[in-house]
Design a protein around this ligand. Structure first.
Ligand code: SAH
Ligand code: SF4
Length: 435
């Protein structure tokens, strides 16, 4: 190869990049760089975000020559590639997504009202019931759709039963809402002692396109139509939670950019919730965003001593500092801040802890999501007893805090909270590359 062609190759390598994830300005720069009319940038954005194309050939609003030029210049759509999937008895699906450089992250699809949440009596379902008591009676608490207030019945161990509307959805033979849990980093640097993702360490940040691209890939697979975009199912209500692998506030800029990409895809920020382990500078910056998702803080302990044990990051920013920052967050009229609280048997699940939580959250527009700890190999905690969970829940409700005990989803396939660990196992369904 001549020096000249080497330079051309090198040049190409530099511009080779994903279009998915680009802002309108960046797309404009791409079309201008190719000497195309400005409106081509709008067509590109529509194809990427409204129609969720998977390859350049699908962008039929662009002439073939333009698509070929884009390809020749090294551009591609660049959605993460879904390489593996596992389906839980409760309808939850976990996907392994591969990025262009061969890294993998996990994304979880949790359909609401699919009728499968009772389990089918398989070993996995029995295990789940055995672990947490009457799991099938657990309260479902879709983060942005929660029904506030005390459970209607505390007769069963985990609160009230599914809403009546769920039956209607079953009758329709489909679902009307679903939650997608997305990853923000490959691995995580935060090192919470109860979390499987922590075991990976941090490998790298995801880009905005890789974060929002997980949602596009899942919606395409599920054929969910949003607005006038691509898909065949009835318009569905999609909630997003940034609660997969990684700490979103340690990848702040890409996370916030992905929020804007997701809005361009037709998902309002009011349907998104970002969960942080308590990265103080991130919370402060977040409070100044004119457009932002809802906030969830992984409190997980009722005092600094316990929190330092289970979340060493507390040594850097303690509970008081975090709560002060959260109190300063300007809230919308109907907005609450969610506090997640992973219940670890004998560690943070006793009545004295519930009392401390009530004292911490006093006067705040707060709600609490209790999460029964999901076990994982090599993590030395035990699950709380159903009685302790019920008592903790009751005490918070009696103290005036809207409280939900999260229904464990997909535990049998390691798709539940804190179980995302780039699980590659034999026997899972392989998905052939679509692109
Ligand atoms: N890094 C962010 C978001 C991802 S973790 C954060 O920590 O908030 C999402 C939620 O799962 C957090 O509330 C975390 O405390 C919880 N979690 C982690 N490991 C868990 C486990 N093994 N069982 C139950 N919840 C867990
Ligand atoms: Fe990271 Fe969240 Fe797991 Fe902590 S709980 S290690 S912050 S992913």
């Amino acid at each position: 190869m001549t020096t000249h062609s080497n330079a051309v190759e090198a040049g190409r390598a530099v511009v080779a990049q994903a279009l998915f994830g680009m802002s309108p300005e960046e797309l404009r720069a791409v079309v201008e760089g190719l000497g195309l009319a400005k409106y081509r940038a709008v067509q590109l954005a529509d194809a990427l975000y409204k129609h969720r194309v998977e390859c350049l050939e699908e962008i039929t609003t662009l002439p073939v020559e333009v698509r070929e030029r884009l390809a020749a210049e090294g551009y591609r759509v660049g959605l993460p590639e879904m390489v593996q999937t596992a389906k839980s008895v409760d309808g939850t699906e976990r996907y392994l997504m591969r990025t262009a450089d061969g890294e993998t992250v996990e994304t979880v699809w949790m359909p609401g009202g699919d009728g499968g949440e009772r389990g089918d009596g398989s070993v996995a379902a029995e295990e789940e019931v055995g672990e947490v008591g009457d799991a099938e009676d657990a309260v479902e608490a879709h983060i942005s759709e929660s029904r506030y207030g005390a459970p209607a019945s505390l007769g069963n161990k985990y609160g009230d039963s599914e809403p009546a509307a769920q039956n209607d959805e079953r009758d329709l033979g489909g679902y009307k809402r679903a939650t997608i849990c997305i990853s923000s980093q490959v691995g995580c640097a935060v090192n919470c002692q109860f979390c499987l993702t922590a075991k990976l360490g941090i490998r790298r940040n995801l880009t905005a396109g890789e974060i929002a691209g997980q949602v596009a890939a899942v919606l395409n697979r599920q054929r969910v139509r949003i607005g006038s975009g691509k898909g065949v199912e009835m318009p569905s209500r999609i909630n997003l939670v940034f609660m997969g692998m990684g700490e979103p506030f340690l990848n702040y800029d890409a996370f916030m950019k992905s929020v804007h990409v997701l809005r361009a895809m037709g998902i309002p920020e009011s349907r998104m919730t970002v969960s942080t382990s308590g990265i103080l500078p991130g919370i402060l910056q977040f409070a100044n965003e004119p457009v932002r998702p809802k906030l969830a803080l992984s409190l997980n302990a009722s005092n600094d001593a316990v929190r330092r044990e289970i979340m060493p990051i507390t040594k850097k920013w303690d509970i008081a500092a975090l709560l002060e920052a959260v109190r300063a967050l300007p809230l919308g009229k109907r907005e609450y801040v969610t506090f997640e609280y992973v219940l670890l048997g004998g560690v943070n699940d006793q009545p004295e802890h519930a009392r401390e939580v009530l004292a911490l959250l006093k006067g705040m527009k707060a709600k609490v999501n209790l999460i029964v700890w999901n076990p994982g190999p090599g993590i030395d905690y035990r699950q709380p007893t159903p009685e302790d969970v019920a008592e903790f829940h009751r005490m918070l409700v009696d103290g005036g805090i809207p409280t939900f005990t999260r229904r464990p989803r997909g535990r049998d396939i390691y798709a539940a909270c804190g179980q995302l660990k780039r699980t590659v196992e034999p026997g899972l369904v392989e998905i052939s590359a679509a692109r």
